[in-house]
Design a protein around this ligand. Structure first.
Ligand SMILES: C[S@@+](CC[C@H](N)C(=O)[O-])C[C@H]1O[C@@H](n2cnc3c(N)ncnc32)[C@H](O)[C@@H]1O
Length: 289
């Protein structure tokens, strides 16, 4: 029932195995007032906030890093808080003030330095030993110009020899081509009232811009009534060689390219069942900029 390739976060979602109702979400109305996917941090955090196969991966990189960690597009602090709990010094930035405010509220001991900032214009204090962009957030930058601006800003924030790691959804071509007009069920979560909410959505890929647009619907499992306003998101897909060129243009050296968070290298074979596209890069010790 769950389609792992379509959801907002492949690595974070809750399987919808025990969904009992609303198996056939209502078809969307002709005119819908879509809300911001990141406008309700409470809902977002319940749906995606704490778990993730990627946490151990970023923790291991932080252990090896020489210096503090910069978590870019931190959301509600899923990775930042896990890193700081493990004793790492962390600065976490996100462009969405509501998300950052919610993350701050979760950080009772004020262990993380939280900053509302756009990834394209990073101005965090100090130089970092590790920068991460987790949870497919790099895909939020829809154009080459925006992504390059973010990569350059990240590069500037790193100390020589520091690591930059990120993960995005793997661009499975068959999945990109699969147009979904009637919402299909992705996963489910339990909301603040303890009720199960079924999450479903559509997808439409624009092959020219490499941008996938999703409409997302959330309905109570018990009776199919709306549990939240529908949201819409646009995410840009990238292919391995394209990413290598983008990283090289900013002078990052790619140390490893993986298809999961346990170090399976990207190959023609592993790509077939890839759950993610994961990069570990380095800023050279001797830099030109
Ligand atoms: C899918 S969430 C990922 C959150 C977090 N990294 C995680 O793994 O749980 C994407 C986040 O990217 C943030 N975001 C989108 N565009 C951004 C930008 N230009 N600069 C900084 N953050 C951005 C959104 O506000 C949202 O919190």
């Amino acid at each position: 029932m769950t389609n792992i390739k379509n959801s907002e976060h492949d690595v974070l979602e809750t399987p919808a195995a025990d969904v009992t109702a609303a198996d056939a979400p209502a078809a969307p109305a002709d005119v819908i007032d879509f809300a911001d996917e990141y406008g309700d941090p409470v809902r977002y955090d319940l749906e995606y906030g704490t778990a993730g196969l990627d946490i151990a991966f970023y923790l291991a990189l932080a252990e090896q890093a020489d210096g503090p960690v910069l978590d870019i597009a931190t959301g509600t602090g899923r990775i930042a808080l896990a890193l700081t709990e493990a004793g790492h010094e962390v600065t976490a930035v996100d462009v969405n003030e509501a998300m950052v405010d919610f993350a701050i509220a979760k950080d009772a001991d004020e262990t993380v330095t939280w900053v509302v900032q756009d990834a394209r214009e990073l101005k965090a204090r100090g130089k970092f030993g590790l920068a991460i962009v987790a949870g497919n957030a790099l895909q939020q930058l829809l154009t080459n110009d925006d992504r390059t601006a973010a990569l350059k800003a990240i590069y500037r924030q790193l100390a020589p020899g520091a690591t930059f790691a990120f993960a995005i959804r793997f661009p499975h071509v068959a999945e990109l081509a699969r147009r979904v007009e009637t919402p299909e069920i992705w996963h489910s979560y339990t909301d603040v009232t303890g009720s199960q909410v079924v999450v479903s959505g559509t997808q439409r890929y624009d092959a020219a811009s490499q941008v996938m647009t999703h409409e997302t619907y959330r309905q109570y499992a018990v009776d199919g009534t709306p549990a939240a306003a529908p949201t819409t998101t646009a995410v840009r897909y990238s292919f391995p060689q394209e990413l290598e060129a983008a990283l090289a243009a900013v002078c990052f050296e790619v140390e490893g390219t993986y298809v999961d968070f346990v170090g399976t290298p990207l190959t023609d074979q592993s790509a077939a069942t890839a759950s993610a596209l994961v990069y570990v890069c380095r800023k050279p010790e001797t830099t030109k900029r």
